[in-house]
Ligand binder design. Structure first.
Ligand SMILES: Cc1cc2nc3c(=O)[nH]c(=O)nc-3n(C[C@H](O)[C@H](O)[C@H](O)COP(=O)(O)OP(=O)(O)OC[C@H]3O[C@@H](n4cnc5c(N)ncnc54)[C@H](O)[C@@H]3O)c2cc1C
Length: 565
């Protein structure tokens, strides 16, 4: 079974410690129980119990210390971090968030050449510390060029930091807050660390109403010396972007974890609820909604797992992960919203009940598309790769499943963030040609029509400058890449034909919807509209296949998992 089931934990690990970490994490939450998780959520209780457990079991230390700075068995290993992410999302986004912002805070530290700060971070991890990433500012949102936090040089060679940061998780408790700013005199970018315990560090407030502390903080003449500086200039800029390249990937796992738990809860409820002398799961439209939710969820997981293989295989010569990770970020997380919408339409009022996991899921699933760059920011990034993806493929050695117990060195040595337009991809066509299923074949025709639009009705200069139009094209491009990696992983995970063709049933429908969107744009040309009509297709109906997927793979999960009360 591809979905996580904490009560039948069977993921492959090459070593015992990795398995132990996941089992400890599951045991912590199952022992805590759903009632207490929900009580803490409603009361917005700071998760001191969780952080104490993390410290006792050396969890963040084991998972977030690169091998060369840690004890034996410590390493930054994306394969195992994936599941840690997923389990945290499965039990509560608040727990995931403190881990996630620790990852972001550690990014610039592990990328830095400042060895003593790295040793300090490794020691703090052992002591159970959390970390924070101070990039955003209240007035500037996604526009980090406008950062106002500044370091003013003093005659003795030290600096005074002044400025405010906003939306910074863990900034109430992190002894190392990786903070982005500019030199007051030269305007050069800089990354430095600040300590929340310093008297010139003002913790202003928690800007959210949640268990998390998402801080507004200010530095007032906060003294900084070379010892606290992580990097300057383009190196500081790159470490900000390269950290987000890693961090944004985790958002997909949070969505997958949330959706998986919500799915189990929803199908259990629906199968046991009787209306008009039958179960809710007897309604044909409920079959459709559950099959859609399940296939979307499996697709989210197949794509995200495959993206990790590329991230672990990345090098300065192979930067394909820079396309796949933003897709995890914007596509997987928005698919997560759709999964929750579908499930909520089935369970209706139950989704409001305070003692369900679902009530929390319905709120939290909305956060993921908005963190670490909005959906738009990520599509705007994704479209930069479109020309090379479709028209300029190249050869790479095949990338297998990357589940070996290795430290992912390249993540902290990603090099300059620029040059995205030069990145090339392996040809998508052979991947699709390796399958002959009705809906995959329809999808291939849709891709061909889109490629024809790009070749023979190429968006003109005005259209290329229109972000709204570009985003609409970007949605289709994203869908093609999404489908490609799903297929690559379908082979690796031996996904059966029924399920795969059912996944492509929704992918064909989504393709058609996005084509209609381009068709409807005020500035689309008649020629482009013709190509859009070619892209609008109906999936291949097969009642027997649908019935098998429903019975064997979806309905069969009705009693698969229930969290301990
Ligand atoms: C709960 C929470 C926790 C957070 N934690 C942290 C943290 O720990 N550290 C941290 O540094 N930040 C954190 N953030 C900030 C988060 O990363 C920002 O919310 C995000 O970068 C977007 O900024 P914004 O929400 O202010 O949107 P804005 O930047 O105000 O965007 C407004 C609109 O403009 C669009 N837009 C902006 N730029 C572009 C573009 N280039 N192309 C196309 N459209 C564009 C956006 O899509 C959006 O629709 C957190 C935010 C929240 C809500």
């Amino acid at each position: 079974m591809i979905l996580l089931n904490p009560k039948q934990h069977d993921r492959y690990y090459p070593d015992g410690r990795s398995r132990e970490i996941m089992q400890l994490l599951i045991a912590f939450f199952e022992k805590k129980g759903l009632k207490k998780v929900k009580q803490d959520d409603h009361a917005r209780t700071w998760y001191a119990d969780f952080l104490e457990f993390v410290k006792q079991e050396q969890l963040f230390a084991s998972l977030l210390t690169p091998a060369q700075y840690g004890e034996p068995g410590y390493r930054w290993d994306t394969w195992r971090n994936c599941e840690f992410n997923e389990i945290l999302g499965f039990y509560g986004l608040a727990y995931w968030y403190t881990w996630q912002v620790s990852i972001l805070g550690l990014g610039p530290i592990w990328m830095s050449k400042n060895e003593s700060l790295k040793l300090k971070a490794a020691q703090l991890l052992k002591e159970g510390a959390v970390f924070a990433f101070g990039l955003s500012e209240r007035a500037h949102g996604a526009d980090i060029y406008s950062t106002e936090m500044s370091l003013t040089p003093l005659p003795d060679g030290t600096y005074l930091a002044n400025g405010e940061k906003y939306y910074i998780g863990n900034a109430n408790l992190a002894p190392m807050v990786s903070t982005f700013g500019k030199m007051a005199d030269t305007g050069e970018y800089v990354f430095f660390v600040a300590d929340y315990r310093h008297k010139n560090y003002e913790l202003i407030k928690n800007v959210t109403a949640s268990q998390n502390y998402v801080a507004q903080f200010a530095l007032h003449d906060y003294p900084i010396s070379e010892a606290e500086i992580l990097a300057r200039g383009s190196e500081a800029w790159d470490m900000g972007l390269n950290t987000v390249n890693i961090g944004k990937y985790n958002l997909g796992w949070a969505s997958i974890g949330i959706c998986t738990h919500a799915f189990y809860e929803a199908i259990h409820h629906a199968a046991n609820r009787r209306l008009y002398n039958m179960s809710v799961t007897d309604f044909p439209h409920v079959h459709q909604m559950f099959v859609d939710a399940y296939t979307r969820l499996v697709a989210m997981k197949l794509f995200t797992l495959r993206a990790a293989d590329y991230m672990r295989s990345a090098s300065l010569q192979d930067r394909r992960y820079l396309l796949y990770n933003p897709i995890v970020k914007m596509k997987v997380t928005t698919q997560g919203e759709q999964v929750i919408d579908l499930l909520w339409d089935v369970i209706a009022a139950k989704g409001f009940e305070g003692d369900t996991f679902f009530e929390m899921a319905a709120r939290d699933i909305r956060a993921l598309p908005k963190l670490e760059g909005t959906v738009h920011v990520n599509i705007a990034l994704i479209v930069k790769f479109m020309a090379n993806y479709f028209f300029n493929p190249t050869e790479y050695a095949p990338v297998p499943r990357r589940d070996e117990p290795a430290n992912d060195d390249f993540l902290f040595d990603q090099g300059p963030a620029r040059g995205l337009g030069k990145i090339r991809f392996h040809d998508y066509l052979p991947v699709f040609s390796g399958f002959d299923l009705p809906n995959i074949n329809i999808f291939k025709e849709q891709i061909a029509a889109f490629k024809d639009l790009m070749s023979f009705a190429t968006p003109d200069e005005t259209q290329q400058k229109d972000v709204d139009f570009l985003l609409a094209l970007g949605e289709i491009f994203t869908l093609v890449v999404y489908a490609q990696l799903i297929l690559e992983n379908a082979k690796i995970y031996h996904v059966n034909d029924d399920l795969l063709d059912q996944i492509f049933d929704f992918l064909v429908r989504d393709f058609s919807r996005h084509a209609l969107n381009i068709y409807s744009k005020a500035i689309s040309t008649p020629k482009q509209m013709d190509y859009c009509l070619r892209m609008i297709c109906k999936p291949a109906a097969d009642a027997a296949r649908f019935g098998r997927v429903w019975e064997e793979q979806v309905y069969s999960l009705k009693d698969a998992y229930k969290m301990n009360p």
